[in-house]
Write a protein that binds this ligand. Structure first.
Ligand code: ADP
Ligand code: MG
Length: 476
């Protein structure tokens, strides 16, 4: 199966057309859904979430490597979030030029000054990788990034296995169907939220999902909400505007929104500058951070997930700071790092500029942004660097080695797009969950995976950005 679905199947147009209908219907039946583009705030019109027709082969050893390193990533993120000096040093050059990161950092500083009001920490993250195809034919796992805020698709990913299992059976490929892995990140993510909610210790207090105004991907979140309701944990969906209008802190810093006490705020919004539409939005974020509610993530954990921090971690000696006397952990994490380079002012940054200008196709230039579609590739790297190389503006970016996964043939099923075979690249993510209470880690788990696949014509962009689609790994 290393070569994927056989050519005679991929080229059998009659069969492919039939299977595409089967796969879409299976997605609808199993709840792999999104609201339609034209009505993002109503469930009157829904469609299947974009998906591949077939699963994508992934080497078992690599899959297990990524799964095994997840709890170390959880620990690492948590340690970084608790290390103000490291955050300050790492982000200094970035916040000098990047207003968004600077604003987040300012909240972080204010919280440190006031003292953190809550000792319960909940981390729900997703570490994403691509499988780099080396010249000698071997494959190596390379991290693209870790998402410490609003890591999505754990809900829909919990049902994707049903879709491909069924489609493969109808395609007469029972053996492969049986090899599709179980996966239920929704339960694992909810388990973490439930644990933190219990520790907060008030039956009446709710879990507040802080959501975007445009809620096209609501079903992904509903799966987690419903897991919480199964455990009799009440949830609410609120926007920053709602928090501005009806949120307040009482004398003990308990957060109340619409009169209800909030035990935990789960951010599914707030990771892009566009999410902060006004001063009031920033004030709402600050109010949440100052409150007694458990924040997922808190501001330190949010900052720990920035691309600048990722780049600093790749410098020699830095991981050792977080894992002193644990060389095996350091080695396990470092093995997943791609080459990352800073653009700070000075000789090191100058060298990075020179290298990128000489061979732009070897790299990806990344600003401090999340959500897909922000990275810079190829000739555009030269254009941007020529413009910014002489000023501190360049420190708003990091440079990263470009990963080259092996392209696989597949069909991407997406509403209103014609059925055509594509050369595809995949990105594998693992969901991490941890809960810390003061000094005690009371939960630290890897709770499932996500495979996203896109046409190789696109160099960037996730499922929400309309580029990648949901997939399943087929281990070999
Ligand atoms: P975002 O926070 O916007 O999701 P990412 O770092 O995940 O930023 O990059 C977005 C997309 O760009 C990834 O999903 C991947 O498809 C592509 N990409 C990012 N880094 C690399 C890389 N080093 N090599 C190849 N592709 C990359
Ligand atoms: Mg990403």
């Amino acid at each position: 199966m290393a070569e994927g679905i056989p050519k005679e199947v991929l080229m059998n147009t009659t069969l492919i057309n039939k299977l595409a209908e089967v796969a879409k219907d299976a997605a609808l039946l199993h709840g792999v859904l999104m609201r339609a583009n034209e009505s993002p705030n109503s469930s009157e019109l829904v469609t299947y979430a974009p998906l591949t027709l077939f699963p994508t082969p992934v080497p078992k050893a690599i899959f297990l490597q990524a799964k095994a390193v997840q709890t170390l990533y959880n620990t690492l993120v948590d340690k970084i979030s608790q290390d103000p000096d490291f955050l300050q040093d790492s982000l200094a050059s970035t916040i000098a030029v990047d207003d968004f990161t600077a604003r987040l950092f300012k909240i972080h500083q204010q919280i440190l000054q006031e003292g953190r009001s809550q000792s319960i920490v909940l981390g729900l993250n997703r570490s994403d990788y691509m499988l780099d195809q080396r010249e000698d034919g071997s494959t190596s796992l390379k991290q693209i990034e870790i998402n410490t805020i609003s890591a999505s698709f754990g809900g829909l990913a919990s049902h994707m296995h049903n879709v491909h299992r069924h489609t493969l059976k109808v395609a007469g490929r029972l053996g492969e169907s049986q090899r599709i892995l179980d996966n239920n990140p929704a339960v694992g993510l909810a388990h973490g939220i439930a644990k933190a909610w219990e520790l907060y210790g008030s039956d009446r207090a709710v879990v507040m999902f802080l959501v975007e105004t445009k809620q096209q991907n609501i079903f992904d979140q509903r799966f987690i909400e419903n897991e919480l309701w199964k455990r009799n944990i009440p949830t609410l969906r609120k926007r920053f505007e709602d928090v501005s209008q009806s949120g307040k802190l009482d004398k003990d810093k308990k957060l109340f929104v619409d009169g209800q006490e909030v035990a935990l705020v789960y951010f599914r919004n707030g990771y892009m500058p566009q999410h902060y539409t006004s001063e009031q939005t920033w004030e709402a974020r600050l109010m949440i951070e100052r409150s007694l509610a458990v924040k997922c993530p808190d501001i330190g954990t949010h900052l720990a997930g920035t691309k600048k921090v990722q780049q600093v971690l790749a410098k020699s000696g830095v991981l050792e700071r977080f894992f002193p006397d644990q060389p095996q952990n350091v080695e396990q994490l470092r093995a997943t790092f791609a080459g990352l380079y800073n653009l700070d002012m000075g000789p090191e940054g100058d060298k990075t500029v020179e290298m990128a200008l000489a061979t732009p196709d070897r790299f990806v230039l990344k600003p401090q942004r999340e959500g897909g579609g922000n990275n810079i590739y190829g000739e555009e790297i030269c254009e941007v660097l020529h413009r910014v190389k002489g000023s501190s503006e360049r420190t708003a970016y990091i440079l990263m080695d470009k990963i080259h996964p092996k392209p696989m043939q597949n069909y991407l099923l997406r509403r209103n797009s014609p059925l055509a075979i594509s050369s595809c690249l995949s990105e594998l993510g693992f969901f991490g969950v941890y809960v810390r209470h003061g000094k005690d880690m009371v939960m630290n788990d890897c709770v499932g995976h996500l495979l996203r696949t896109k046409s190789s014509e696109h160099s960037d962009g996730g499922v929400n950005a309309g580029v990648a689609v949901l997939d399943n790994p087929l281990l070999y």
